[in-house]
Design a protein around this ligand. Structure first.
Ligand SMILES: Cc1cc2nc3c(=O)[nH]c(=O)nc-3n(C[C@H](O)[C@H](O)[C@H](O)COP(=O)(O)OP(=O)(O)OC[C@H]3O[C@@H](n4cnc5c(N)ncnc54)[C@H](O)[C@@H]3O)c2cc1C
Length: 413
């Protein structure tokens, strides 16, 4: 084993950003992933860098909306019947996380993790790469009708409380901002501190190049088991080899539990599967991403086309995708932009790694030496992943992380 050797399991945004910060912290870094990066959720997400988004996914009053969503085949949430029993404990925790006494501290923890996202991307990328890949400067949330929903109002209150600015948008503001948008009652907010990447895929690939240039090694293998050494260190058994490391960082997104359960690290991680329909050569060009809050759908202008993405499907990591959920997103995009034309959409499904309280785990593994946990960013991994990577590298180096890490602890559940 090389001295100071760390193995990072997983080469999504979380693993790759960690590899860079671990190299900068002086470790020898090997990243193991069987797929060319990014092969997981980091490939096809909506690409919104939600630096000024502060609200968790579970919110007060949501429980009463769930039956309506589940009954609506076009709705933003579905739970596959066969998976319902397995998902029940996670769903109960999700409901509990939506009580007001939890929403405020969770929002504060989201804020702490998200607020430096742009600075961290500037730290990871050269100025040229930053301006090629990222578009700070705004993101629009919208609702049907003239009124923002109750949860939208709550989100605005929390933003204000946390010192985040946003501006209310009228129907005519939206029509001026987005030519071709439906001529229907609608309202929204502009969040200037958010922005987007023009390609999550290209952004993560570029970060791999940065990691390689800074000395990280990538190994295309699947980790099958993590075996603690009697005298310290770890053997990482893959489909093709045994790798030795002083420390292991598990950053395998929604698949992390499959490596941790066998060694007794049990966490309530599940996946909120999401979909996208990528419409190449779209007839519209958006200046900002739009998050349609009533429909749980984002519209993001990307290199590859207009990306209509979103929805939550609770069905585990292994079930086959339901391509209709992606098709519905393309249909909904046409409700927002009735004259939208483009090529037949490319359909995609990705597994968001999610804890019920929206927050990731960024921590040392309880009960094990030199094993670290870094996954569960849910809807916000492109935003909180790189900042969390800087924090976990500080933790693994033995220095005090720059923010209070208790909200992201592995023992909070
Ligand atoms: C539809 C959708 C829209 C989204 N929109 C946004 C957004 O706008 N903004 C935002 O911030 N976030 C968004 N997200 C969330 C974001 O995509 C995720 O939080 C983030 O990509 C998670 O990154 P990750 O590195 O933890 O996981 P992943 O990207 O899933 O990477 C995990 C990696 O681990 C590897 N792996 C798994 N098992 C093993 C093993 N045994 N051995 C080795 N490697 C293994 C996998 O191959 C994979 O490459 C969205 C997600 C979806 C699905």
């Amino acid at each position: 084993m090389t001295a100071n050797q760390v193995v990072v399991v997983g080469a999504g945004i979380v693993g790759v950003s960690s590899a860079i910060y671990l190299r900068r912290a002086g470790f020898n870094v090997t990243v193991i992933d069987p797929l060319p990066s990014p092969g997981g959720a980091s490939f096809g997400n909506a690409g919104i860098i939600s630096a000024d988004t502060t609200l968790p996914i579970a919110l007060p009053g949501m429980l009463w909306k769930v039956p309506g969503w589940l009954a609506d085949p076009m709705g933003p949430l579905t739970v596959r019947k066969r998976y319902l029993l397995k998902a029940m404990p996670w769903l109960m925790r999700w409901v509990r996380a939506g009580f007001m006494d939890r929403v405020i501290p969770i929002s504060e923890a989201i804020r702490s993790l998200h607020k430096d996202a742009w600075d961290v991307y500037r730290d990871l990328l050269t100025p040229d790469a930053f301006s090629d890949l990222l578009r700070p400067g705004g993101h629009v949330q919208m609702w049907n009708g003239d009124e923002v929903s109750k949860t939208g109002k709550l989100e605005h209150e929390i933003r204000t409380r946390l010192g985040v600015e946003s501006q209310r948008l009228s129907r005519s503001d939206l029509r001026n901002m987005f030519p071709g948008i439906a001529d229907k009652p609608m309202t929204g907010y502009m969040i200037r501190g958010n922005g987007h990447t023009v390609s999550p895929r290209r952004l993560v690939r570029h970060l791999c190049d940065v990691a390689r240039a800074e000395g990280a090694v990538f190994v295309p293998e699947r980790v099958m088991k993590l075996i603690p050494g009697e005298a310290g260190g770890w053997t990482i058994m893959t489909n093709a080899a045994n790798h030795l490391a002083e420390k292991v960082l598990v950053a395998a997104g929604a698949w992390s539990s499959s490596l941790l359960d066998p060694i007794g690290v049990k966490l309530p991680l599940d996946t909120e599967r999401g979909y996208h329909a990528m419409i190449a050569d779209p007839s519209i060009a958006l200046p900002y991403t739009i998050l349609h809050k009533d429909w749980g759908m984002s519209l993001s202008p990307m290199d590859e086309g207009l990306c209509a993405s979103g929805t939550v499907e609770i069905a585990g990591v292994a079930a086959a995708p339901d391509e209709n959920r992606a098709r519905i997103l393309a249909q909904k995009a046409r409700y927002v932009f009735p004259d939208l034309k483009g090529r037949d959409p490319i359909l995609w499904m990705g597994c968001r790694p999610s804890f019920p309280d929206t927050l990731p785990v960024i921590d040392a593994a309880p009960g094990h030496r030199d094993l670290y946990l870094f996954f569960g960013h849910g809807h916000y991994g492109m935003t909180g992943g790189p900042t969390g990577a800087r924090l976990i590298a500080q933790m693994m180096r033995g220095s005090a992380p720059s923010i209070d890490m208790r909200p992201y602890s592995a023992t909070r559940f």
